[in-house]
Ligand binder design. Structure first.
Ligand code: SAH
Ligand code: F3S
Length: 431
């Protein structure tokens, strides 16, 4: 039996692509192994959103060259670095057998069979076979609803590496969600680079309609989605979240900066005021929602004053969760023409100040749960203490708690919160 190994970097879309590649190979009779050294086929599913992604991949390929000298092994580079670097990979590392971009994940068969070396187009038919997905979690299913991105944020490589937006038909998505539930998955997460830009190519149904339809499938205990774009937040999306108790009261809504001047240069399509207005609209309908965001510090031309506006916005929104990154210049992106990144030491300092502010906000928020009894969906034993259970609140905080170890996964229990840890809550199940 032939064996394969896949190394995955990057976002959930990439992890899902790995599940698709793996499912496809298993159908062809391959067996998945955990060590490169035992594999006949090695796939690197790469990410290029930040940092020196290309260099990391080339150094990894350098090591694989040795392996290739010793025995017969097929090496494929997939993901966003594959798309970005294309032919250059084959030139610099001729021992690579094929380079395949995210548009061709559904066509791995053809690439292998036809011996294609370069597959970096975006075929009309993405060949999305959800029955062949190799889902790794017994309780949770990721479902892609839209691929690619039509926004052109000036810092971002994703539109280049993942192509133009393509939404999957509404009925396909609903059928996949049903199949996932039938296979025991109680938690569904809908995925897309701009997930809320979804529009069914057949019926024109929008994201809010899709959210509602998936939430109403019998057996969906929790429903989430990522990543939303602030300019695509619609009333139908907000009302679907408000009206379905099984949709997490959690929303990741990347703002990137609190300064309208910077947002314009980033081409984010909203101002600070417009973003805050959107947040207020959502909060009005879902008062205790947990907001999360992404921030870039040190974007070309970002002044201390711009940065102060980012800090004040974080304070004003009171994000429960926040992911912040130093700006990283990406090949071919328009931001390169705007100017150089902010000096490294200044950007580092801003990042530290931002994290310090957020620590305080997060702490206050976590502390506010102390003494409350909240519904928690059981996900399994706690990572740090297997004698405890772990799960999430409906606003997506992790809770580790004492409870009956025989509780079926996916059950919802009332848990009394006794303390707040660094990122998580602790408590005890109550009758
Ligand atoms: N819509 C996508 C965005 C992908 S990039 C999604 O699904 O999340 C994820 C985050 O990485 C962005 O929100 C942004 O904060 C950050 N990012 C993207 N390009 C970057 C760059 N060139 N430098 C630093 N951070 C970047
Ligand atoms: Fe990137 Fe902006 Fe799209 S961050 S993925 S271009 S919405």
């Amino acid at each position: 039996m032939k064996t394969f190994f896949i190394e995955t970097w990057g976002c959930q879309m990439n992890e899902l692509d790995t599940q698709r590649l793996s499912g496809n190979l298993k159908l062809r009779g391959y067996k998945r192994v955990d060590e490169e050294a035992n594999a006949d086929l090695i796939l690197l599913n790469t990410c290029s959103v930040r940092d020196k992604a290309e260099q990391k991949v080339f150094s990894h390929l350098g090591r694989l060259r040795e392996l290739k000298r010793e025995r017969d092994v097929t090496i494929g580079v997939c993901g966003c670095v594959a798309q970005q670097e294309g032919k250059r990979i084959l030139e610099r590392a001729p021992w690579v057998d094929f380079v395949m971009g995210p548009g061709n994940v559904g066509h791995l068969d053809a690439v292998l069979e036809e011996g294609r070396r370069l597959a970096i187009d975006f075929p009309e038919d993405r060949n999305y076979d959800y029955l062949a997905l190799d889902r790794t979690s017994p309780t949770k299913a990721w479902i892609t609803i839209i691929e690619g991105c039509n926004k052109n944020c000036t810092f971002c490589i994703v539109p280049t590496t993942r192509g133009r937006e393509v939404s999957r038909p509404f009925d396909d998505v609903v059928a996949e969600a049903r199949a996932a539930v039938e296979s025991g998955r109680v938690e569904i997460e809908l995925l897309g680079q701009t997930v809320n830009a979804y529009r069914c190519p057949v019926t024109g149904n929008d994201f809010g309609a899709l959210l509602g339809a998936v939430a109403e499938i019998e057996g969906v205990v929790r429903l989430r989605f990522t990543t939303s774009h602030p300019a695509e937040v619609s009333d139908s999306m907000i009302s679907a979240m408000r009206d379905h108790a099984n949709i997490s009261r959690y929303l990741h809504l990347p703002v990137q900066s609190g300064s309208s001047r910077v947002l314009r240069r980033m081409k984010r399509l909203y101002t600070r005021e417009k973003y805050l207005e959107t947040m207020a609209r959502i909060r009005k309908e879902i008062p205790d929602i947990h907001f999360s965001t992404d921030i870039i510090v040190g974007f070309p031309g970002e002044t201390e004053e711009d940065f102060q506006e980012t800090l004040s916005l974080i304070e004003e929104v009171g994000y429960g969760s926040l992911f912040a990154f130093k700006y990283s210049p990406r090949p071919g992106t328009p931001a390169l023409r705007i100017g150089a990144a902010v000096d490294e030491s200044i950007a580092d300092d801003r990042l530290q100040r931002l994290f310090a502010l957020h620590e305080r906000i997060k702490r206050e928020r976590l502390e506010s749960y102390r003494g409350r009894v909240v519904p928690v969906m059981v996900e399994g034993p706690s990572k740090h203490d297997p004698a405890m259970l772990s799960g999430r609140t409906d606003d997506y905080w992790v809770v580790n708690f004492h409870g009956d170890p025989s509780t079926p996964l996916g059950s919802i229990l009332g848990v009394r919160i006794d303390s707040a840890q660094h990122h998580t809550l602790r408590g005890e199940a109550v009758a």
